[in-house]
Each structure stands twice: as C-alpha cells, then as structure tokens.
Design a binder for this molecule. Structure first.
Ligand SMILES: NC(=O)c1ccc[n+]([C@@H]2O[C@H](COP(=O)([O-])OP(=O)(O)OC[C@H]3O[C@@H](n4cnc5c(N)ncnc54)[C@H](OP(=O)(O)O)[C@@H]3O)[C@@H](O)[C@H]2O)c1
Length: 316
C-alpha cells in the first residue's frame, strides 16, 4: 500500500515519468556525454536551442541545424560563451527538413567535419491550430511531410554511418500529443503518433547494430511553437505567442531532462507539467475510462488546458 501511495504521489507531483525520475536521481548525468557528436535539428529556437546549451555545458561537440542560419550562429555564440566547447566543436549546418534530397549531402558534411555522428536529435517541427473538418488536406499533407517524412529521411541518411561503426543513438522528438489526442491539433497529433510507431519498429530493427532509439514526449513547454503553427489554411502561420505566465515547463528544464534521457539511453520519456503528465498515465493504463472522461471534458476545457487558447480554437 505504501509503495502504491508513493508511486501515485510521484506520478501526480513530478514533471517527468517514473523511470526518468530514477535516472535523474541515480543514473548518469549529461556530463557523461562529453566528447560525443550530437546533431540537433530545430536548433535555432526553443527546445532544440536549449538542448544545445545543455549539451555544450556537458562538453558535447554539436551540429546545429534549422533553416535560419543567423539564428543558428546566435545559438552557436551562446554555446561558446556558456559551454565547454570551442569554435571547431560547433558546426552550423543550415538544413530544411522538407528538402529530403539534401539530407544525404548534409550527413556527408557532418562526417567530413567530425568523422562520426553519435547522436541524432531529430527535433525540428511545427504544431497546428484548427478544427479537423475545416483544415485543408494540404495542411495535413504538409504536416506529415515535415514531421514524419522529413524525420524518416534524415534518420535513413544517418543510419549507414552508425551501422558501420556499430554504435549510435537516434533520438526523436515526439510530444504528449504522440500519446493522446490533442483536440484542435489533429494533423499534429496524427503525425506524432505516426512517428512513435516508426520509432517503436526501428528500435527493434536496430538493436542488432548496437544503435539505440529514443522518443521524448513533452507536454507544454515554453518556445516559439505556437507562433509558427500551421492553421486550417495552407501557407499560414498561427502568429500568436504563449504568455509567459502560462502553465508550461521552462525550456531549460525540458532540455535538462532531455540531456538525462540521452545520457541514460531511455527508450521513451514523458516530460510535462501537471495535470498533463497524470493524464498521460491515465490514458496509457486506463484507456477506456480516460476516453470517456477526456471526451466529455469537452473541446473548450481541453484546448484551454493545452495553451490557454480556447477562445481562438472555438472561433476558428
Ligand atoms: N513547445 C512545446 O510545448 C512542445 C511540446 C511537445 C513537443 N514539442 C516538439 O518540440 C520540437 C521543437 O519545437 P519547439 O517547441 O522548440 O518550437 P520552436 O521554438 O518553434 O522550434 C521549432 C524548430 O524547428 C525548426 N523547423 C521548423 N520547420 C523546419 C524545417 N522545415 N526544416 C528545418 N527546421 C525546421 C525551426 O527552425 P527554422 O525556422 O530556423 O527552420 C525551429 O528551430 C517540435 O518537434 C515540437 O513538435 C514541443
């Protein structure tokens, strides 16, 4: 009984899942990754940017990728100031996840610079705000091109060098929306679920090559994600930012937990403020009652819980 109460308490009053809590307390720290070559996509802002700072502090050598080169240079400068890295340890490599025909050449550039890739953190992404029915099918396709096929393309291009070395770690950014339905974000939810499925298969296929596959599922975290979200119409950005006092995890705390996941090679990690973390457990272990309760809570309440944006979600 005491153990049950302790576990419930850890689920209800923590910001990450139980295994990650244990890894934080008793496992390896990100400092154990010193010297590793880590390629981060989506490194120009948000979670990717702060993960770069966390890993630079640990002494990792970094490849920073995204489309905006000037933002990547800014992140590199900050890594040099606050981390244990020198100029040659941080490679800025502009990359568009949608231009899959450039991915093999990008891998070559990284290998020429560092001669290996220890960890690929495939993190770049965009969210979505809009209702399922009024979202254009073009938006659904664009979301899948970025979240699913962009990631799969870069992973496929990276794997041969990891297989040759019989060593590597594919670390993929999913979301709490990769585990449960997030209303007013159906293409995002669908694409992150697809990513989870790919990674679950990949983990089994790659074990024989000593390559690990991890998937991280954060709940709400402060970043620029909402601003650059897809809307119901193709070619649009949502354009609004989250307010600073919302119930979202700080970007630096999320990056810290990602560093711990990487160091301990955890297969899947849940990182979230409450009550989303508790809802993830509820959904995983009690799916039928969860669906009854969650569905009945209604669109407005759930959207509000996600980002305080219920009004816009309803009006759209
Ligand atoms: N923030 C959250 O609450 C939250 C929760 C769960 C999961 N996530 C996931 O975390 C990841 C990072 O998002 P974030 O929250 O840090 O948001 P963010 O601050 O908007 O960062 C998104 C990053 O993705 C890059 N990106 C977007 N489209 C790209 C493309 N076509 N090619 C290459 N890079 C591209 C952006 O760089 P450029 O614009 O310079 O290309 C940027 O660096 C996403 O996959 C998101 O789904 C976020």
């Amino acid at each position: 009984m005491a153990i049950f109460i302790f576990v419930c308490w850890r689920i209800l009053f923590s910001d990450c899942d139980l295994i990650l809590q244990l890894a934080e307390k008793f496992g390896k720290s990100p400092a154990s990754l010193a010297g590793k070559v880590v390629w981060i996509t989506g490194a120009s802002s948000g979670i990717g940017e702060f993960t770069a700072y966390e890993l630079a502090k640990a002494g990792c050598r970094l490849v920073l990728s995204a489309r905006r080169k000037e933002e990547l240079e800014r992140v590199k400068s900050q890594c040099l100031v606050s981390g244990k890295v020198k100029d040659d340890d941080v490679l800025v490599l502009p990359l568009d996840m949608l231009k899959t025909d450039t991915h093999a050449a990008a891998v070559e550039t990284v290998l020429q610079h560092f001669s290996k890739i220890d960890i690929l953190f495939s993190n770049a992404g965009r969210s979505h705000r809009g209702m399922f029915e009024s979202t254009s099918l073009d938006v659904d396709r664009e979301m899948f091109e970025l979240t699913v096929f962009g990631n799969m393309s870069l992973i496929k291009a990276t794997l041969p060098s990891m297989k040759e070395r019989k060593e590597g770690h594919i670390f993929v950014m999913s979301s709490a929306a990769g585990k449960l339905g997030a209303p007013a974000s159906s293409p995002y939810t669908g694409a992150k679920h697809a990513l989870q499925g790919y990674c679950d298969c990949l983990r089994m296929e790659l074990i024989q090559y000593n390559i690990d596959v991890s998937v991280v599922c954060p709940g709400p975290v402060h970043s620029n994600l909402l601003q650059y979200s897809f809307t119901e119409k193709s070619g649009e950005f949502y354009g609004k930012a989250w307010s600073k006092d919302e119930n979202r995890m700080t970007t630096s705390r999320c990056a810290e937990l990602i560093g711990i996941m990487m160091a301990n090679k955890l297969g899947e990690g849940w990182i979230s403020p409450q009550p989303i973390l508790a809802l993830m457990y509820f959904n995983q272990y009690l799916p039928w009652p969860f669906q009854r309760v969650f569905t009945r809570m209604g669109m407005k309440a759930v959207a509000k819980m996600r980002d305080g944006d219920a009004k816009e979600a309803k009006e759209k």
